[in-house]
Design a protein around this ligand. Sequence first.
Ligand code: 5GP
Ligand code: MN
Length: 352
Amino acid sequence: MKQQGPIMLSKIIDQANIDHFAKWLTRAEKMVIVSHVSPDGDAIGSSLGLWHFLNSQDKTVNIIVPNAFPDFLKWMPGSKDILLYDRYRDFANKLIAEADVICCLDFNALNRIDAMKEAVKASPARKILIDHHLYPEDFCSIVISHPNISSTSELIFRLICRMGYFEDITKEGAECIYTGMMTDTGGFTYNSNNREIYFIISELLSKGIDKDAIYRKVFNTYSESRLRLMGYVLTQMKTYPEHRAALISLTEKEQNRFNYIRGDSEGFVNIPLSIKNVVLSCFLREDTEKPMIKISLRSVGSFPCNKLAAEFFNGGGHLNASGGEFYGTMEEARKVFEEAIEKYKPLLNARR
Ligand code: 5GP
Ligand code: MN
């Protein structure tokens, strides 16, 4: 049923984009949703939030992501139907090539979807980008890009409501949208001062979601070995008081010692920020698939860790959460980080 959504939300998304996408929807039959490599809660949450809605509109819709997502997201309704490109490449390529519409969620550049890049680029489908990262690349004809909105999942909620389908959001869809909003704000502890977020949560609660249960399912279902790994990593932490920075790291050997599985180090990078005066935290993790070190950066206040990521680690991201890659040894990566904080020392010490 078509009905106007919550009236308390400001109209952040351009009306022209809403109308354009709504028009595509009237004609589209086969739809594909894609999101970024190593999908996080917002990638999976926004994709499933949109997926549940499109299902309610009787579309044939598939979610395809480049590779596996963490176990703590596997309770999400619909997650079993998500296709992993690295496991079902041929089938995924066929879906991408034959889609009427491809929805690109939670990423701003084609290289963020890894091996799927060429297939998505080559597909004759109409493409829409819905994202909150800075500087979107030009590969979609509808671009809904709002870096000041804290999650793509929130944008999905806003889009569905603005098209007039609030009533069609199911409890399952609401759970997925909530999960994305919650994970991209660290449980509403950062990027979460916009009061409209809480209005949206209220609307999602009206669908019957149990937000406290969702918090437990996402944040409190880890293994014992993960907690021991966390203890170990923190014991090894290096701090740089003069730079107000901290560094944690994890080699492949250390990962094996603690029976590391994908997702086990999720959230580690945030922990050093709980030290008084630390404004920048860096986590270096040796990748087990590619010969590289994965960099995660987090900052508090106005320190732009995305700038540091772009300049020193060929990466990017948000002001307070960014990442990149480094091809070399752990020792070399640490040296580059130390060079970077030396260069940014004045900014790290700037009064906030
Ligand atoms: P995480 O530390 O959770 O892996 O990444 C945090 C954020 O940093 C992501 O949401 C994404 O915006 C950005 N990011 C992470 N890795 C990369 C990367 O390799 N390249 C770019 N451009 N951004 C990244
Ligand atoms: Mn996101």
